[in-house]
Design a protein around this ligand. Structure first.
Ligand SMILES: NC(=O)C1=CN([C@@H]2O[C@H](COP(=O)(O)OP(=O)(O)OC[C@H]3O[C@@H](n4cnc5c(N)ncnc54)[C@H](O)[C@@H]3O)[C@@H](O)[C@H]2O)C=CC1
Ligand SMILES: O=C(O)C(=O)Cc1ccc(O)cc1
Length: 314
């Protein structure tokens, strides 16, 4: 087997993302030794039973002591607590990254606690499912997906390269962005769809009392797709909403305005306007598929490396 990219890797948090990382690291021989740490003893025991790593400990501080690469895969609201715990125990040259769905808040929470002798580079693999926990992960999760890194100005270029190469070895294409820009783009591309799903399924559930399960009985695939998203982890999505508040509220305001306009078209029987919108949106999906950026479901969102990642900002 070839030399591993990192001798010692510490995975903090071993849910869907952490356990997918553990699996791809093992499958591709990317680490000499993997230490797993997570808060709950039960989850740690589950990770051990699944043989996801080489060492298991409940202390985040202890887990990072020898690590060359530390990957924090916890709900974004726990980022600061983890950074405070691990900061004083990082060895010189260690790379610390995360996988959180929001970036500006994570950078604010973690960066101040990472010592100057280590390298902090926030990240977000744009890959996931509605499942959570260590049993839900799989080695192919990151294959043909984007991973966005949001390094701060002045971060060691070598460390960024090493982390990029790691994600590429996991199957991803790496892109770089400013954290605020990431949060704005992901607010519309990922956060709003989840919020809309939680809302529509909640509304249907309220109606259920009136319609006695008819909503579920007669739901076609459109509603079922919403129920998949609305089954996503509640703690993770509470944290996304609280930690990307401004961008989400901005996008929700735009969404509400457009919804009001749609409502008006329906009320006044403006068929032309409805046809114009529905034709335009159908074209969007068709052009995505034709561009070869996506195959058919369930792989919508997987790309084919036909598009070059954009140039890294200086
Ligand atoms: N689920 C998804 O589809 C995706 C999630 N993400 C991000 O990845 C991160 C992790 O998400 P999942 O793996 O889905 O969640 P998960 O709920 O499956 O796992 C979270 C893990 O974090 C652990 N944890 C929580 N607080 C901790 C602490 N203080 N110290 C140590 N461990 C702690 C939990 O015990 C659990 O093992 C989140 O920030 C999320 O926004 C990113 C891309 C996709
Ligand atoms: O399950 C889905 O459809 C997702 O969209 C998964 C997902 C959730 C959160 C992320 O930050 C990235 C991907």
């Amino acid at each position: 087997m070839s030399t591993p990219m990192f001798e010692n890797v510490a995975l903090i948090g071993i849910g869907l993302i952490g356990s997918s990382l553990a699996r791809v690291i093992a499958a591709k021989g990317l680490a000499g030794h993997v230490t797993i740490a997570t808060r709950s003893a039960e989850t740690l025991a589950q990770a051990q039973a699944l043989e996801l790593g080489d060492d298991y400990c409940q202390s985040n501080a202890e887990a990072v002591r020898d690590a060359d690469l530390v990957i924090v895969s916890v709900p974004v609201g726990a980022s600061e607590a983890v950074a405070i715990e691990i900061g004083p125990h990082l060895k010189p040259g260690a790379i610390v990254t995360d996988v959180g769905s929001t970036k500006a808040s994570v950078v604010r929470q973690m960066a101040p606690h990472i010592p100057a002798h280590a390298h902090f580079i926030a990240g977000h693999p744009v890959a996931g499912t509605e499942q959570s926990g260590p049993a839900a992960g799989f080695a192919e999760l990151f294959q043909d997906r984007w991973c966005i890194l949001t390094p701060m100005e002045g971060t060691d270029a070598d460390a960024i390269d090493r982390l990029s190469q790691f994600w590429q070895a996991c199957g991803s294409t790496v892109d770089r962005m400013d954290p605020d820009h990431h949060d704005l783009v992901l607010a519309i591309a990922s956060h709003l769809p989840h919020i809309i799903a939680y809302n529509i399924v909640g509304t249907a559930d309220d109606l259920e009392a009136v319609t006695k399960s008819e909503v579920i009985k007669y739901s076609a695939s459109g509603f079922r797709d919403f129920t998949r998203l609305a089954a996503s982890d509640p703690v993770m999505w509470r944290d996304v909403c609280l930690h990307n508040k401004d961008a989400i509220l901005e996008m929700l305001a735009r969404f509400s305005e457009d919804l009001s306009s749609l409502q008006r078209s329906i009320r006044w029987g403006d068929g032309d306007k409805l046809l114009e919108l529905f034709t335009r949106t159908r074209g969007i999906r068709r052009s995505i598929i034709e561009a070869g950026q996506d195959t058919d479901e369930p792989d919508f969102g997987r790309h084919t490396h036909k598009t070059e990642p954009s140039a890294a900002p200086e």
